[in-house]
Write a protein that binds this ligand. Structure first.
Ligand code: CMC
Length: 412
């Protein structure tokens, strides 16, 4: 092996320093820029927390207003080329495939982010970097809404575009989420009501906040990995979205719901857990590379689920989920492996109650995580030179030693 260390899955390899997110997996602690996630979830908003992640400090009132204005500017419309692109994708395609394609295509619309210019220092301009961040944060919910409407069979959707003044109304601290729900006509407590219920807006906002960053998870590592090659930020986040799509990462939100539906009733839990222990199935929404204790985000999301159930009534699957958690947490297989519910265990029940289809769940995860990806992108670009090396792990070759080529007629 020489001086190389063999570390599949990077279980023990630190590839950067970071000042964004702190996790103590043994104690179940998560902090963004030093602030406990519980305090942010109860006192902050997704937009304010996005500012915190991107700039390192909580904003003043004026700073937050300026930030929101720049982000919301991109939320009011989606570029016609992206709308047209989405129409070319099968309407029954998984929502994440459309999102990945649209994010990659946004690269073509932003020549200022072109990697060919990177060598000339385009990203050394704070203005250019901020412009990419505002564009991606602002355009994403509108892009996601178009994807969902397309998924629901709508042709070119005609979406309402509120004025910036409406979005910046101080009475709407969570306009980012509120506008997204308005676009989709979701979040109303009862049909016929004018807009989304504030409890639903708060719930979805808190979930986005809880998803916003989680240090070097698979997709954030992908952003840093891709950025290390000098590629533009749109391509980097498209790649990260691909990583997030997988069922072991953000796709778990959807997989948990499918699992709960498949189990169906509490009586079937013991048989399902036996299949998990026999390694015939996985208990989706359980386990984590870093947490060897309860994921603090799962606590938050479970509370949010009960708040949303106050609006829509409890989903019967919540009883399956809580009984499954109780059974697993008293079973030695899960206890000895320190497997606890993670953020994805309860989030799908919230999304389902609001009315999102299952294959849209990972898109909602992506919406929150975009803030963290951009914070890591910025941190890498502005970080120490020695951390800007192209990511290029080594391998241990186990294939054949040198051998002579055999012409096809000589092969047996
Ligand atoms: N169900 C059953 N067994 C599990 C599970 C699970 N969900 N998770 C881990 N294990 C077992 C695993 O089989 C192994 O057992 P053994 O020692 O007998 O081989 C042991 O626990 C250690 O697991 P591991 O796979 O080595 O752990 P990891 O750190 O490589 O994987 C994980 C972490 C999240 C991929 C894994 O726990 C998992 O697949 N969980 C289910 C998918 C999921 O919920 N993903 C969302 C993660 S949190 C949000 C996010 O980041 O997206």
């Amino acid at each position: 092996l020489g001086l190389m260390s063999y570390d599949p899955g990077y279980m023990n390899t630190a590839v950067c320093t970071s000042r964004i997110t702190f996790i103590d997996g043994e104690k179940g602690i998560l902090r963004y820029r030093g602030y406990p996630i519980e305090q942010l979830a109860s006192k902050s908003s997704f937009m304010e927390t996005a500012f915190l992640l991107l700039y390192g400090e909580l904003p003043s009132e004026a700073q937050l207003k300026h930030f929101c204005a720049r982000v919301y500017h991109h939320q009011t419309a989606l570029h016609a080329d992206i709308v047209a692109l989405l129409q070319t994708i099968r309407h029954d395609a998984h929502c994440m495939t459309s999102v990945i394609s649209a994010l990659a295509a946004m690269s073509a619309l932003h020549p200022e982010a072109n990697p060919a210019l990177e060598g000339q220092g385009v990203y050394s301009s704070r203005k250019t970097r901020e412009s990419q961040m505002f564009t991606l944060l602002g355009a994403f919910p509108t892009l996601a809404a178009h994807v969902l409407l397309r998924r629901s069979g709508s042709s070119v959707p005609c979406l309402p575009a509120p004025s910036l003044a409406t979005l910046l109304d101080p009475a709407r601290p969570r306009a980012y989420v509120e506008h997204f729900l308005v676009l989709l006509g979701l979040g109303k407590a009862r049909p016929g009501e004018e807009g989304p219920d504030p409890r639903v807006v708060r719930a979805l906002d808190a979930i986005l906040l809880a998803h916003a960053d989680h240090e070097l998870n698979c997709s954030t590592a992908a952003v840093r990995h891709l950025t290390s090659s000098g590629v533009d930020v749109y391509t980097a986040v498209a790649g990260a979205t691909g990583a997030l799509y997988g069922p072991l990462h953000g796709g778990a939100t959807e997989a948990v719901l499918r699992m709960l539906q498949q189990i169906g009733t509490e009586e079937r839990i013991p048989a399902f857990l036996e299949a998990v222990k026999a390694k015939e199935a996985k208990l989706m929404g359980f386990g984590h590379r870093v947490y060897k204790n309860y994921d603090p985000r799962a606590v938050l999301v479970r509370e949010v689920a009960y708040e949303v159930f106050q609006v829509y009534g409890a989903d019967p699957l919540i009883h399956v989920a809580t009984a499954l958690e109780t059974a697993a947490r008293s079973d030695d297989y899960f206890v000895s492996r320190k497997l606890y519910p993670n953020i994805d265990f309860y989030s799908g029940l919230v999304y389902k109650a609001i009315g999102f289809p299952l294959d849209f769940f990972p898109v909602l995860f992506t919406m929150g995580r975009m803030a963290g990806w951009l914070a890591h992108w910025e941190e890498l670009l502005m970080g120490p030179e020695e951390e800007k090396k192209i990511v290029r792990p080594r391998q241990i070759y186990l294939g054949p030693a040198e051998r002579a080529f055999l012409p096809i007629e000589a092969r047996g």
